[in-house]
Write a protein that binds this ligand. Structure first.
Ligand SMILES: Nc1nc2c(ncn2[C@@H]2O[C@H](COP(=O)(O)OP(=O)(O)OP(=O)(O)O)[C@@H](O)[C@H]2O)c(=O)[nH]1
Ligand SMILES: [Mg+2]
Length: 198
């Protein structure tokens, strides 16, 4: 079951800080236009797949999800593909995780995620966000322009996890679930390293 809402960034900030003790993660979806970022977000929000969509400007969503039997609050930033490269630094600021989305039917979109990866890792932040590569439109075998081998090679090069998905065929929560599991483990390890207070 999902709870969702569309909020302005300031609304989200207020509502999250009011709920102490809840696990919260901020994730952003970046990728070329038309790769299916909004379709993936819509599926995560529990909506049906739409064949026709409009380009996104910038949407911030908030949702409660159960991952590994534990509830968490996600902030999902859905972005615009045309501006992805120009605004990558802004959109990835203060995020816990980044989904770099491309479409298996577009070679160009695969090249765009390489450019995006280079941009977002360039500034060497102290706590870099986790990145996952998301190959969407996995249902389109006919128009495929990017092979699984290309994806695997890139994932090894960048040392990033990957997920293949289809927002048309399935719920497409794989990328988000994977990121949250890793982030959760990171946070637990960090907590374990903290000195015990008496
Ligand atoms: N076959 C197929 N079509 C998809 C899939 N995901 C999205 N689409 C279609 O691809 C088109 C673009 O999807 P969007 O979700 O709007 O793409 P976007 O990445 O959000 O694009 P921008 O907002 O412009 O950056 C729409 O016609 C969707 O129906 C998928 O997994 N399979
Ligand atoms: Mg969109």
């Amino acid at each position: 079951m999902h709870e969702e809402s569309l909020c302005s960034p300031s609304d989200v900030h207020t509502s999250l800080s009011a709920q102490k003790g809840t696990e919260e993660y901020s994730l952003v979806l970046l990728g070329d236009s038309g790769v299916g970022k909004t379709a993936i977000v819509s599926r995560i929000l529990g909506k049906d797949f739409q064949e026709h969509t409009r380009p996104t400007v910038e949407d911030l969503w908030q949702i409660d999800l159960k991952i590994e039997e534990q509830r968490c609050k996600l902030k999902l930033l859905d972005t615009n593909g045309e501006e992805a490269v120009a605004k990558a630094a802004i959109w990835t600021e203060n995020q816990d995780g980044i989904l770099l989305v491309y479409s298996v039917t577009s070679r160009k979109s695969f090249e765009v995620i390489k450019t995006l990866y280079a941009k977002i890792t360039r500034n060497g932040t102290i706590r870099p966000p986790l990145v996952i590569l998301v190959a969407n439109k996995d249902d389109c075998e006919e128009g495929r322009q990017v092979s699984q081998r290309d994806l695997l090679t890139l994932a090894v090069d960048l040392k990033c996890p990957l997920v293949e998905t289809s927002a048309k065929r399935e719920d497409a929560t794989g990328g988000v679930r994977h990121l949250v599991k890793h982030l959760r483990r990171q946070r637990r390890n960090r907590d374990d390293l903290r000195p015990a207070s008496n």
